[in-house]
Design a binder for this molecule. Structure first.
Ligand SMILES: Cc1cc2nc3c(=O)[nH]c(=O)nc-3n(C[C@H](O)[C@H](O)[C@H](O)COP(=O)(O)O)c2cc1C
Length: 380
């Protein structure tokens, strides 16, 4: 995997940025045009299907979008509000926009700068990165690409406790403030597009944290996704490793009140309501549909809530926040933006999301993120 010319790697292996801050790529007038730009940039149909596709019949993938489309926003007139502010805090992080980018792995296949570019664009936009364990780049290089940016490290609670603890230590040393444990992926989902296409992820694209000459091998960490021969971890095992690691953590993949409470009991400070973008259990409900159940279960406690799966525009972010999320995570949307235009593409995504959110907040008469609530929503 080659590193783009604007990135230089120092002798100790740290990547840094040589070029000045990238301007948003205004060739793309809408978020849809970023998707079209990604399609143009990704020549390999198998790779495109890997990005686009979901598990099984892709019912959950479709439901994620349908759930957003069903919700209606109630306009409010003559509100007297000024320019809406998108600033908020989530998980102890001060955000300029209520948005984080999701940990999408193998991202160097979409653009050679991968999460280095995403992290830099996020830093400028005031968004935070959830950096994937299966990134093309090491967590240290991504931290160095945007040193002042807020970042959370995603890990799989899988394999040996020793390796997970070692990765938490690496993340803490590189300045990551928190861990996001992906709990819905103890085995890879049944993704038929990949089977039909005979598509395999390029191992170099997922080995940033586990290089061939490194301390821990790729097979040791991710082999279980396909071998399926070890017991799935429990909340107790996760709680013990997380407590020893000492960083605050969130559980990714929560879709039920039962699991939200179990995660809270295990010590999670936040849950990420997610069905992995429809890529894991087909037939699982849309994340947005589960948000009220989870918000109710966690009401009155200190556990915060983020949501991903199906977010494709600013209106979706607003709807999720109104329904009880504290922050929203964008997955494929950020991957499309990255593929379409690298750092400038992701910067453009943030710009378009921001403008749309401000427009909507003006039309529903809400000045601050904290003002968004269920009274502005109407089911058809
Ligand atoms: C290409 C791709 C790779 C992904 N890799 C990971 C991963 O390594 N770890 C993880 O927790 N989630 C992974 N995800 C899931 C995302 O983090 C996120 O949950 C999902 O994309 C949200 O749905 P959306 O794409 O509809 O926004 C991946 C998603 C995509 C599209």
């Amino acid at each position: 995997m080659s590193i783009a010319p604007s990135i230089q790697v120092t002798e100790d292996g740290q990547a840094f940025r040589a070029a000045p801050e990238a301007r948003p790529d205004d060739r793309f007038a809408t978020l849809d045009e970023l998707v079209a730009g990604a399609r143009d940039a990704i020549a390999d149909d198998g790779l495109w299907d890997f990005l686009e596709g979901g598990a099984g019949d892709e019912q959950t993938l479709a439901d994620n979008r349908a759930a957003f489309a069903r919700l209606r926003l109630r306009p409010r007139l003559m509100s007297g509000i000024g320019v809406p502010s998108l600033e908020t805090t989530f998980f102890g992080i001060e955000l300029g926009v209520p948005i984080l980018t999701s940990p999408f792995g193998a991202e160097g296949q979409f653009h050679p700068e991968g999460h280095l570019a995403v992290a830099r664009a996020n830093a400028v936009a005031g968004a935070a990165s959830i950096v994937p364990e299966a990134s093309t780049f090491s967590l240290e290089d991504i931290a160095a690409a945007a040193p002042r940016a807020a970042r959370i490290m995603q890990l799989h609670p899988m394999g040996s406790e020793r390796t997970v603890a070692w990765m938490i230590g690496r993340a803490a040393a590189a300045g990551y403030g928190a861990i996001c444990f992906t709990c819905d992926c103890p085995t890879a989902g049944w993704r038929e597009r990949n089977l039909r296409n005979r598509f395999d992820v390029d191992l170099a694209a997922v080995s940033g944290n586990y290089p061939p000459d490194g301390e821990v091998g790729l097979e040791e960490v991710f082999g279980q996704l396909f071998r399926r021969d070890e017991p799935i971890w429990t909340w107790e095992r996760l709680a013990a490793v997380a407590a020893e690691g000492g960083l605050p953590w969130m559980a990714k993949g929560v879709l039920t009140a039962e699991d939200a409470l179990a995660a809270a009991h295990a010590g999670a400070r936040a849950v990420l309501v997610s069905n992995h973008g429809g890529r894991q259990l087909d037939g699982a409900p849309a994340s947005l549909s589960q948000l009220p159940e989870i918000a109710r279960a966690l009401e009155g406690g200190a556990v915060e809530i983020a949501l991903d799966s199906g977010v494709r525009r600013g209106a979706d972010v607003i709807k999720a926040l109104a329904l009880g999320a504290d922050a929203v995570v964008v997955g494929r949307l950020a991957a499309y933006a990255l593929a379409a235009g690298g750092e400038r593409g992701v910067a453009r995504m943030h710009e378009l999301l921001r403008e749309e959110m401000i427009t909507i907040m003006s039309l529903v008469g809400r000045e601050r993120i904290a003002d968004l609530d269920r009274s502005m929503l109407q089911a058809p």
